[in-house]
Design a protein. Structure first.
Length: 295
């Protein structure tokens, strides 16, 4: 539907809200609405106060507790009440906040109850800068792992990098849930994010394997992984589909389905390294397809 804008004052333009929408939302004189800008569009919604959800943990399960808290954080809630009976839960809450959530902290605590609240977080207009940090930390993770394969030395730096990657991943999801700054590109963003996350997880799994095993492996395949990431990041930063074409051509030349068959003929330790590397490569290749929709 179209509406004319009316000039009021020196620099103010106003327009009317559709009567059917006003009635449906039960808006009255003096009510507040929220207006968000998404590129060249304005999204108008009735202002709603989210209630404070409560999570109750009657027994201790670290993974379930962590994932439950992260889910509500990513959904955009600014407050979360947690009720528990096991004292181990409190430690798990603090670990989750420190490792996975940006801007959240415990603001109230008493026996068996914690209140988590959003203290500070970046604005939605900083979304692109945050998304760039995902690419940057993935690059660090790849470089650190490549160096580790070359030197065969223990290196726990990957753990800190993986934590930062997860923090930015969750923050991107939270901003999308709260403000959706990408508009029509949102679905494509989810595809890119999902494949980047899967690639990062494969490299993290490889590092965990290297924690317990020494592998005398050449890094040629891992160097190719670096090239995939470079072309993908370059395509995003410069919004250049030619870089994605270059990635596809590189893929056709250097990585084939037969490579997955070959790894099973290698020594066991070598095959683990190549498997994780190839799966990471595959995910970056798939991310390039979703990225086309964003640029």
């Amino acid at each position: 539907m179209k509406r004319k804008v009316i000039k009021q004052g020196a620099s103010t333009l106003t327009t009317s809200l559709p009567a059917s929408w006003v009635k449906e939302q039960k808006l009255c004189h003096g009510d507040e609405i929220e207006i968000d800008q998404v590129y060249d569009k304005l999204i108008i919604a009735k202002s709603k106060e989210k209630g404070i959800p409560t999570l109750t943990f009657s027994q201790f399960n670290k993974t379930f507790i962590k994932n439950s808290i992260i889910t509500f954080y990513c959904k955009g809630y600014d407050k979360l009440r947690i009720v528990f009976t096991d004292r181990q839960v409190e430690n798990c809450i603090m670990e989750t906040i420190n490792n996975y959530l940006i801007g959240f902290d415990i603001v109230e605590k008493e026996k068996g109850v914690c209140l988590l609240e959003n203290i500070t977080e970046p604005e939605a207009d900083q979304f692109e800068a945050i998304f760039k940090k995902l690419f940057f930390n993935l690059s660090l993770l790849i470089s650190t792992t490549e160096q580790r394969l070359k030197t065969q030395q223990q290196d726990i730096a990957y753990k800190d990098i993986a934590i930062r990657f997860q923090q930015y991943e969750n923050l991107c999801k939270r901003i999308i849930a709260k403000r959706n700054p990408l508009g029509e590109n949102t679905l494509f963003f989810w595809g890119v994010l999902n494949y980047l996350v899967q690639a990062a997880k494969e490299i993290q799994l490889l590092n965990r394997f290297l924690d317990k095993n020494k592998v005398h492996n050449n890094t040629q395949l891992f160097s190719r992984l670096k090239m995939y990431h470079h072309l993908l990041e370059d395509a995003y930063l410069h919004k250049d589909p030619k870089k994605i074409l270059a990635l596809h051509l590189y893929h056709q030349k250097h990585v084939r389905a037969l490579d997955f068959d070959k790894i099973f003929k290698l020594k066991e330790k070598d095959s683990v390294v190549q498997y994780h590397t190839l799966v990471a490569i595959r995910n970056l290749y798939l991310a390039s397809n979703a990225l086309l929709g964003m640029i």
